[in-house]
Each structure stands twice: as C-alpha cells, then as structure tokens.
Design a protein around this ligand. Structure first.
Ligand code: HEC
Ligand code: HEC
Length: 270
C-alpha cells in the first residue's frame, strides 16, 4: 500500500505527472463502465463497443470528445449522448486511468459478450395493474421514423408534485404506452384530429418509478436518485435482456427536472 502511495506521489511531482493509475482505472471500470462495456472490456451487447486492447491514447481522446460535446450521439432519436452523460463526470486523470486499464486487457473474439452488472440491471419497477383507471394520460409524442406513437401516463403522486412545481417524490410512477401507428394505403401514419398519429397495435410499455432505497445498489455515476426503469411486454412481464444502465445513463443529465423528459407536460396535466 505504502509503495503504491509512494509511487503515485513521485509521479505527481515528476514531469510524468499524467502517468495513469491502472488500479484506479480498474476500480472505476468495474463499478461503472462494466454495466455496458464489461469489466474485462468485452461489452454486454452488440450496440456497445468492446474497449479491451484498444489504444489508450485513442480512448482518452474519445472520452474528452464526448465530454466536450465534439463527439455526438449516434442515435437520431435522442438529443442525449449516453457517453456524454458519463464522460462529463470524469476528470482528465480518470480518463487516463480507465484508458490505461482497458488498453492493458487482452482483446476478445468477435462473438464474446460480458454479462450485465446484476446490481445495475436489476429493477424494482413492477407493472402498474389497473393504471387506466388511476393514472392520468398527460402527453403523447409522434415518432415518424419508427411510425409509432407513445401515450404518457402518470400516477397521482407524480401529477400532484409536478403541478405544485416540486421534484417528483418516491411513489411516483410514469408509464409510456408504445403503439404502432395506423397506416394509410401509402404506409404513412394516419394523423388524428388531435395532431397525433392514430394508435393501432400496442407494442410494449416503458416505465420509470421511484421508491425508497431503489437507487442504493446503483453506482453514483449512473444513479438517478431513487428512480428505477423497466420495459414490459404486452403480457405485462419484464422484457428480458433490458440493461437498466442504458436508461439510467441517458436520463441522468436531467437531474434538475426529476430525471424526466416530459416534466413540463406533466405539470400541465388536466
Ligand atoms: C450506459 C451504457 C454505457 C456506460 C455505463 C458506459 N459506456 Fe462507454 N459507450 C457506450 C456506448 C453505447 C458507446 C458507443 C456509442 C457512441 O458512440 O456514442 C460507448 C462508447 C465509448 C467509447 C468510445 C469507443 C470507441 O470505439 O470509439 C469510450 C472510450 C467509452 N465508451 C468509455 C467508457 C468509460 C470509460 C465508461 C465508464 C466510466 C463508459 N464508457 C461507460 C455505453 C456506455
Ligand atoms: C438515448 C437516450 C434514452 C435512453 C437510453 C432511454 N431513454 Fe427514456 N426517454 C428518452 C427521451 C428522449 C424521452 C422523451 C420522449 C420519448 O422518447 O418517449 C424519454 C422518456 C421516457 C419515459 C417517459 C417519462 C419521461 O422521462 O419523460 C419513460 C418512462 C422512459 N423514458 C423510460 C425509459 C426506460 C425504461 C429506458 C431503458 C430501457 C429508457 N427510458 C432509456 C431518452 C432515453
């Protein structure tokens, strides 16, 4: 321990002030980055890059580019870059450390995948039986690219807090119904009189809810206070394979609006 401390002191005062601390990088990777990139740098899904054996200099440059907003989100459907939300929470030293750690790992074969981090993937959100009777529908959004329309519902606790301009407390529940839009003979979504696509087939539900202690097992860099997330299939069971880390990371920057994208609409709910 002393040796390690002594070494880092020497490095801190030497001209090699930026020498990376692989041990610190490993610790950070295991608690946070592992939720998506795997503790060994082999990612958990096809949409997330492997980082094992990648050059440290390249990784550091990418992290800095995410943090500075120079490298944008690849997704056209969201204004938020998942990695930007993560990278803004890393110092220059953190970046050097995690980059050095990933660079030190052996590369993986193309098909290899890591398991999700169990403490992050686990959710406490259950399906809100009977929500049609007790929740308020407060918003709808058209998704032209996917020809879908979403209907947004909130429970009483959430509606009341939003109307009073207060942060959404434990007990809040927001549910979005995702529908395929009704299509006309040209396969274009049919527009309703209210300006929203006419909902046809229900596809799934996305949900976010919060309860006391629900954030405890989630590392601080990903935690959204006590919010947990879930996707439900039409039979109301949890869709398998959902990685809650992705939900948490993308909603994370919205801490000043209760981690929701639609708080304004919620506050105007009838
Ligand atoms: C919620 C999931 C998630 C978490 C957690 C996460 N990442 Fe990422 N990361 C992604 C995704 C998705 C991409 C690729 C998408 C993109 O280009 O924006 C990515 C891309 C990267 C890249 C660029 C790779 C390349 O080939 O250009 C680096 C570097 C990186 N992540 C580092 C990290 C580090 C370090 C951490 C932990 C501090 C971390 N990530 C945590 C999802 C995540
Ligand atoms: C890439 C960013 C991103 C990711 C990842 C993401 N969301 Fe969202 N989420 C959004 C955006 C943008 C909205 C607002 C409109 C919409 O797309 O429905 C939203 C809205 C929501 C809402 C409606 C309440 C609100 O915040 O306004 C729920 C519920 C929700 N998301 C659940 C989830 C769940 C569950 C996951 C993970 C399986 C997830 N989200 C992952 C960006 C994201």
């Amino acid at each position: 321990m002393n040796k390690v401390l002594g070494l880092s002191v020497i490095l801190a005062i030497s001209p090699l002030a930026n020498a990376a601390d692989i041990g610190a990088g490993k610790a950070k990777v295991e608690t946070v980055c592992a939720a998506c990139h795997g503790a060994n740098g082999v990612s958990v899904s096809d949409t997330i890059p492997n980082l094992a054996a990648q050059r440290a200099g390249y990784l550091e440059t990418q992290l800095k580019a995410f943090k500075d907003g120079v490298r944008k989100a690849p997704s056209m459907t969201s204004p938020i870059a998942t990695m930007a939300a993560i990278a803004t929470q890393l110092s220059a030293a953190d970046m050097a450390d995690v980059a050095a750690y990933f660079a030190s790992l052996p590369g993986a074969s193309g098909a290899a995948k890591s398991a999700q981090l169990p403490n992050v993937a686990k959710t406490s959100v259950t399906f809100p039986e009977g929500y049609k009777d007790t929740f308020t529908m407060y918003h709808a959004i058209n998704f032209p690219a996917t020809k879908q329309v979403r209907h947004y519902y909130a429970n009483k606790v959430a509606v009341q807090a939003a109307k009073e301009g207060k942060p959404l407390p434990d007990g809040s529940y927001l549910l979005a119904e995702v529908y395929a839009a009704k299509l006309d003979s040209d396969s274009k979504p049919v527009m309703g009189a209210d300006g929203f696509f006419v909902a046809d087939k229900p596809l799934l539900y996305t949900a976010m809810a919060r309860g006391a202690g629900w954030g405890n097992d989630i590392p601080a860099m990903l935690r959204n206070e006590n919010w947990n997330y879930a996707i439900f299939a039409l039979d109301k069971t949890h869709r398998p394979g959902v990685n809650q880390a992705e939900c948490l990371a993308c909603h994370k920057p919205l801490d000043n609006v209760s981690y929701t994208f639609t708080l304004k609409q919620l506050s105007q709910a009838r």
